[in-house]
Write a protein of this length. Structure first.
Length: 103
């Protein structure tokens, strides 16, 4: 993902919203995870959390930060561990391309 961003002219050090998806059996199973993720600095995007086609419950979270390997890895590893602790499964992240200021 980071390579794709760079190929599109992304400034990896620019702060931006980074979205994450985590799946649980249902919304009740997701609730304690959401509380823990919010305490760790993530924002729960309740408007875009929903029941997935396969019947699982998709939690969408986001955080603001750079899209560098260090920052993204630190956040995604911590989120994956927390999701697993609560019986969920992370399913990736995405962010828009952010080019330099004024471009």
């Amino acid at each position: 993902m980071l390579d794709q961003l760079r190929k599109r002219g992304d400034d990896g050090h620019a702060e931006r919203q980074i979205d994450h998806w985590v799946y649980f059996d249902d919304d009740k199973a997701a609730a304690p995870f959401v509380s823990a993720a919010e305490a760790a600095g993530f924002t729960h995007d309740a408007k875009h959390s929903h029941r997935a086609e396969d019947g699982t419950y998709c939690v969408r979270l986001n955080h603001f930060g750079p899209a560098t390997i260090e920052s993204v890895s630190r956040r995604t590893i911590a989120l994956r561990r927390k999701a697993e602790e609560f019986g969920g499964k992370c399913d990736g992240w995405e962010t828009p391309v952010v080019t330099g200021v004024g471009t």
